[in-house]
Design a protein. Structure first.
Length: 258
C-alpha cells in the first residue's frame, strides 16, 4: 500500500520552501517567461500568416496555407523534437544567453520556446483571420475611398476593431500555452515540470511531487483566467457605451465629412 508523504507534499507545495529549490524556482520563472515570449511571437506569426492567407498574391497564400496546414496538422511534441534534435536549431542560430532575474536561459529552453511560438502562430492565424473577416468589408472600401492604402486602413481601421474579436480566444490560447510548456521536458528544457521531475528522481515521490506541480499550473492558469475576465469585461463595457469606432473618428475629422 502506497504511503502518502505529507511532509514532502507540503514542502514542495508551499512557495516558501518549494521555491528554495533552484530547479523549481528556475522552472517556474522559465515557464512564465517562455509562455509570454512564445505567445507574443505566435501572435506576430499568426498575424503575418493571416494576412498572407488573405493576400491577393498567390505565393503568399501558398506559403501561409502550407505553414498553417503543417503546424496545425502535426503534433507539437514531434515539432519540438524535430527542431531541437533533428535540425539542431540551437547550433544553427547560435542563440544568445537570456538573463532574467539572475537566471540564464540557454539551449533547449530557447528551442522549445521557438517550437511553441511557431506552432502557436498557426493557430493564431485562423483566429486573426476570423477576427478580420468579422469586420464589415464596407469599412475597408470606405477607408480606401478616403485615400488610405491597404496597410494603413488595416492598421488604423480593421485591426483595432478585430482585436475585440481576437482577444477572448487569444486569452484562451495563452492559458493553454502555460500548460503546454510542460512538453519541453522531452528535450530536457528546465521548465516547471522538468524541475519537479528532477526532484522526483532524487526523492522517488511521484504522486506528491507531480500533484504539487499540478497545483502550480492550476495557480498560474487561475490567475490568468481572472486577468482575462477583467480584460473581456472592459471590452464589454466599451461596447455597451457604443463609443465611436476608429473609422468613425477618422471619417468625422476628414474634410469629406464637412
Amino acid at each position: 500500500m502506497y504511503h502518502f508523504d505529507w511532509a514532502i507534499f507540503w514542502q514542495y507545495l508551499w512557495p516558501g520552501t518549494a521555491l528554495q529549490n533552484p530547479l523549481i524556482r528556475y522552472g517556474l520563472i522559465a515557464t512564465i517567461t517562455c509562455s509570454i515570449l512564445a505567445q507574443a511571437v505566435g501572435v506576430l506569426l499568426g498575424l503575418a500568416a493571416a494576412l498572407g492567407k488573405m493576400s491577393k498574391f498567390a505565393p503568399f497564400r501558398w506559403i501561409a496555407d502550407f505553414y498553417i496546414w503543417w503546424f496545425r496538422g502535426t503534433p507539437l511534441l514531434v515539432q519540438m523534437v524535430l527542431l531541437y534534435y533533428g535540425l539542431g536549431v540551437t547550433h544553427i542560430f547560435d542563440f544568445p544567453d537570456i538573463h532574467i532575474i539572475g537566471i540564464t536561459i540557454i539551449g533547449a529552453i530557447q528551442a522549445g520556446t521557438l517550437a511553441l511560438a511557431i506552432n502557436e502562430g498557426a493557430y493564431m492565424a485562423e483566429i486573426v483571420r476570423a477576427g478580420i473577416e468579422a469586420i464589415d468589408p464596407g469599412q475597408m472600401e470606405a477607408a480606401k475611398s478616403l485615400g488610405m492604402s491597404y496597410g494603413l486602413a488595416m492598421r488604423r481601421i480593421i485591426l483595432p476593431q478585430a482585436a475585440k474579436v481576437i482577444i477572448p480566444p487569444l486569452g484562451n490560447e495563452f492559458n493553454n500555452m502555460m500548460k503546454t510548456t510542460s512538453l519541453m521536458t522531452i528535450i530536457s528544457a528546465t521548465e516547471l515540470f522538468f524541475g519537479y521531475y528532477q526532484v522526483n528522481g532524487r526523492l522517488f515521490k511521484p504522486f506528491e511531487l507531480f500533484l504539487d506541480a499540478s497545483f502550480y499550473y492550476l495557480a498560474m492558469t487561475t490567475v490568468w483566467t481572472f486577468i482575462q475576465s477583467r480584460i473581456e469585461a472592459s471590452l464589454g463595457e466599451r461596447k455597451q457605451v457604443r463609443a465611436p469606432s476608429t473609422f468613425q473618428r477618422i471619417f468625422r475629422s476628414s474634410p469629406m465629412a464637412h
